[in-house]
Design a binder for this molecule. Structure first.
Ligand SMILES: [Zn+2]
Length: 194
């Protein structure tokens, strides 16, 4: 990861020297990650650090939280997540065929749509066009990374305590999270693992 790292960073101003904050429940953790498959094939990496509220708020994969619990600024690790711990197994029943006439042209393989699920409790699903004929469109509602074992190279670049408001809301405010006070507290999928 050229250009990344802690070279310019020091511990949070305000902490007495020697007191290193460990990641625990209600820590706000900033991290960089680089994501590949298990063959090392690049998938994505953070540009700005991903910031999340630690402690079971469902803002990051639980396996990553477990690995970071009790760790501190500067901690680095490589974690491999099986599909069940990541975006789930690939489910062939999530693939369906629709009439092409129902969709606006032009269409191409790889295009994504947001679909509204039948169950209003469920998150909106992202549908990917995986095949096209003159008359039909094949839509896949699996997450694009479903069924793929993932390898995360993670580096913790900041740890601070959450504010009471952040704890009450169950998510981070401020840097890395443009907070709209009218938000409906549905965190959505802002990032890959957020
Ligand atoms: Zn909030």
């Amino acid at each position: 990861m050229p250009g990344r790292g802690l070279n310019q960073r020091t511990y949070n101003a305000g902490f007495p020297s020697g007191a290193v904050m460990k990641i625990a429940k209600n820590s706000v953790v900033s991290l960089h990650y680089r994501l590949t498959d298990t063959q090392g094939e690049f998938i994505e990496e953070t540009d700005e650090p991903m910031v999340y509220l630690h402690g079971g708020y469902d803002s990051i994969f639980p396996r990553i939280e477990e690995a970071l619990d009790g760790k501190e600024l500067g901690y680095k690790t490589v974690l491999q997540l099986e599909p069940v711990d990541g975006f789930g197994e690939y489910d062939a029943e999530q693939v369906r065929v629709e009439a092409r006439s129902k969709f606006p042209e032009p269409l191409e393989i790889g295009m994504r749509f947001e679909g509204v699920p039948e169950d209003p409790e469920e998150d909106n699903e992202i549908l990917t066009i995986t095949d096209l004929t003159d008359d039909t469109v094949v839509l896949d509602a699996n997450h694009p990374l479903a069924g793929i074992a993932l390898r995360f190279s993670i580096e913790v670049v900041d740890v601070r305590e959450a504010s009471e408001e952040e704890i009450a809301h169950g998510h981070v405010h401020g840097a890395g999270h443009e907070h709209d006070h009218d938000h409906d507290h549905d965190d959505g999928d802002e990032g890959l693992i957020h």
